[in-house]
Write a protein that binds this ligand. Sequence first.
Ligand SMILES: Cc1cc2nc3c(=O)[nH]c(=O)nc-3n(C[C@H](O)[C@H](O)[C@H](O)COP(=O)(O)OP(=O)(O)OC[C@H]3O[C@@H](n4cnc5c(N)ncnc54)[C@H](O)[C@@H]3O)c2cc1C
Length: 370
Amino acid sequence: MTDHIVVLGAGYAGLGAAKRAARRLRSTGARVTLVNAADRFVERVRLHQLAAGQRLPGLPLAGLLGGTGVELVVAEVTGLDLQERTVQLDGPPYTLSYDVLVYALGSAADRDTVPGVREHACPIATEGDAVRLRARLAEPGPVTVVGGGLTGIEAAAELAETRQGLRVELVCAGPVGPGLSVRGHRHVHRALGRLGVVVREHAPVAKVGPDGVLLETGDEVPARTVVWAAGFRVSPLAAASGLRTDEEGRMVVDRSLRSVSHPEVFGIGDAAAPRTPGGRSRMSCQTGLPMGLYAGDAVADLVTGREPRRARFRYVWQNVSLGRRDGLTQFTRADDSPLDVVLTGRASAAFKETITRGTVWAMRHPGPWL
Ligand SMILES: Cc1cc2nc3c(=O)[nH]c(=O)nc-3n(C[C@H](O)[C@H](O)[C@H](O)COP(=O)(O)OP(=O)(O)OC[C@H]3O[C@@H](n4cnc5c(N)ncnc54)[C@H](O)[C@@H]3O)c2cc1C
């Protein structure tokens, strides 16, 4: 029998896993099928640029998969049957059977924890979100970005820099950039101040309405557009299918990235919660990319009758863009806690751009890394 490996999700994690598994299994006759809702690769790390009105290069998956032997199916995954080992799709071929499944469906915005987000806010977690936000920004009026994590910081800075004259306020429940060192924190404040972004820290949002946000203190922050960058959630598919998940719905996996309840299923990227030196992994490309490659190798190990290898992982930095000409690279310990070492300004911006471009280049060009 020919093994069929099905990878769900062609983001940073899934695309890498599919290509790596296909390369490792080339001589075995195993088939690798990659399923994705869209026919192109979305650089989520650039979605704030897209929302701000910048053009992003088109990255058709067919081009990124050329010569790899990976078969692409463009369809939405609607269900999993772990007993039958099948995946249900909303388009042809409607059902796919697998021997080994890699689950890499990423994440989306959390629209339900705070009232009014679903009706009135504009998230920035998917390409569709970013396109809708860009259209909304055509209407004049102040913008409030909610969320002091890296996505909120990047969005506020990008909007303020690209759309000069736009009033941008950044509202966060705790400090801005809670995982940054004192120096990192100081640089982010300086950069946002230079761009005219008003920062309101320790101001949890109770509700979003048509004219802005209501804080838990009772204060109102008026806004024409509310950008929601205050949390991600994963697809309910994993939990609904019976895969063991944590309280956030992320797949619980072992050291080889296999589901602890269904070892023929691997979980990677935002959709899974592998153990990292600091505990639970941070949703990021930094986690998803290497985990995808490990999963590709581990799948190949399994199919060729070896013990699937264990994923080894450590954090090195957090990279935050602050518009196109400034940035912060916060170097970290293995557990993602900040060191007192940062790179700032144009050097950091250039560093991040090189990594972002390099990632796509590596995805496009076959080589030992994929
Ligand atoms: C604005 C923004 C800026 C960011 N900046 C950074 C950064 O600077 N550094 C960093 O490390 N991280 C950053 N991140 C986080 C990073 O983008 C994610 O952690 C990363 O994309 C996760 O990779 P993934 O492969 O798990 O998921 P994704 O990249 O989201 O890929 C998942 C894929 O699955 C597909 N999919 C989902 N559901 C289905 C379905 N039901 N059927 C079929 N296909 C489906 C999606 O279309 C997508 O192609 C940023 C995120 C955002 C939104």
